[in-house]
Design a protein around this ligand. Structure first.
Ligand SMILES: NC(=O)c1ccc[n+]([C@@H]2O[C@H](COP(=O)([O-])OP(=O)(O)OC[C@H]3O[C@@H](n4cnc5c(N)ncnc54)[C@H](OP(=O)(O)O)[C@@H]3O)[C@@H](O)[C@H]2O)c1
Length: 330
């Protein structure tokens, strides 16, 4: 089998030369053997494969380690007491390799809940959790989604619309992506990064103020959004793209300075999003499946073919080359 390993840790954005494709025996031993079908190439890898010693949400990778990421695969063999049988589809964390050996408890059986197995890689639970729990949207409200063209943002706009938002505004660094977000993915207006970084720019697209923010970017965009939000606004902190995909630095911290008086006066609520509870995950999968089958939502993504294309897929993701998520069909 083949897998992709880290060769060197870079200070800036990772390059394909930081990775190598290696032939290695199919893993053997206790556990469920899975043949991977598709895996997710996600922006958080920038921090995990980069140089540095700061604490990261997931363990850092070191040279020689195989890369990781959400994957969907088909069970090849399983011990008699396992909860799956050969042929079942499972999701798990050991992408970037053709076969994975998974101990009990480290995979989830998929049961055909979504029409396309790749849709299980959609990062929508963060957006869904934000809009139903950390920053719940009420009918008719205005929602701002920063980083609207990313995997999370391209679903967040559609979800906000389905949950009854009155106006959905996004931000994107690309005019071409902005046009598609409006014509295909439920946005009323999409601002450039420059306009999105000032209160004046944001007010142009949200003249009546903003009630809910799903923030994937941080930095200047979050600061401007906090100025424009009205009373009792809800801010869900989902990601840190401005720091995470900056060409320089380790991307391991994301700082924003703002005036607390303003937040207190407007009774703004700010909450981080980390949907680790099983309930929000199950609820999202159930509703996502129903919306997909009804044709009410799409999973915007680009598919690369062949495991050897994965380093290039990561490079293009970091360069903002695609709208939506990036996945690799093994
Ligand atoms: N809290 C959670 O549970 C959770 C779950 C999933 C993801 N996340 C985080 O949420 C964020 C979004 O994830 P994602 O999967 O949507 O990301 P993604 O798909 O990788 O987003 C890529 C997009 O980010 C935009 N971008 C690139 N550099 C930027 C910069 N300097 N400033 C602003 N935007 C920039 C580009 O879009 P444009 O060309 O349009 O600018 C690019 O296409 C990430 O920080 C991720 O780690 C959090």
């Amino acid at each position: 089998m083949r897998e992709i390993r880290l060769v060197s840790q870079t200070a800036g954005l990772p390059r394909p030369s930081d990775f190598e494709i290696v032939e290695t025996p199919v893993p053997d031993g206790d556990g469920v053997l899975v043949r991977n079908l598709v895996f997710h190439v996600f922006p958080g890898l920038r921090i995990l494969v980069g140089a540095g010693d700061t604490e990261t949400p997931l363990p850092r990778l070191r040279p020689g380690d195989t890369l990781v990421g959400a994957a969907v695969g088909e069970v090849v063999s399983a011990p008699d007491d396992a909860s799956v049988r050969p042929g079942d589809l499972v999701s798990h964390w050991l992408g970037w390799r053709e076969y994975a050996l998974l101990p009990e408890g480290q995979y989830v059986r998929l049961d055909g809940k979504l029409p396309d197995p790749a849709a299980h890689l959609a990062p929508g639970v963060a957006a869904y959790s934000a809009l139903t729990r950390e920053a719940p949207v009420r009918p008719g409200e205005t929602v701002l989604v920063t980083g609207a063209a990313g995997g999370v943002g391209s679903l967040a706009g559609q979800i906000a619309r389905l949950l009854g938002a009155g106006r959905v505004v996004g931000t994107s660094g690309s005019p071409a992506k902005a046009a598609r977000l409006v014509s295909e993915f439920g946005y009323d207006a999409v601002l450039s990064r420059e306009d999105a970084s000032t209160a004046e720019g944001l007010r142009k697209a949200a003249p009546d103020g903003i009630d809910v923010v799903v923030d994937n970017v941080g930095g200047d965009q979050l600061r401007a959004a906090l100025r424009v939000t009205g009373e009792d606004a809800r801010i869900a902190l989902v990601g840190t793209l401005a720091a995470q995909l900056a060409p320089e630095g380790s991307a391991a911290s994301a700082t924003v300075e703002f005036d607390l008086f303003e937040l207190i006066r407007k009774r703004t609520s700010v909450r981080g999003v980390l949907p680790v509870d099983l309930e929000s995950g199950a609820e999202w999968t159930r509703r996502f499946g129903a919306w997909l089958r009804a044709g009410e939502i799409t999973f915007p993504h680009t598919r690369f073919r062949g495991i050897e294309s994965a380093p290039r897929a990561l490079e293009e993701l970091m360069a903002g080359g695609h709208l939506g998520s990036v996945v690799v069909e093994v």
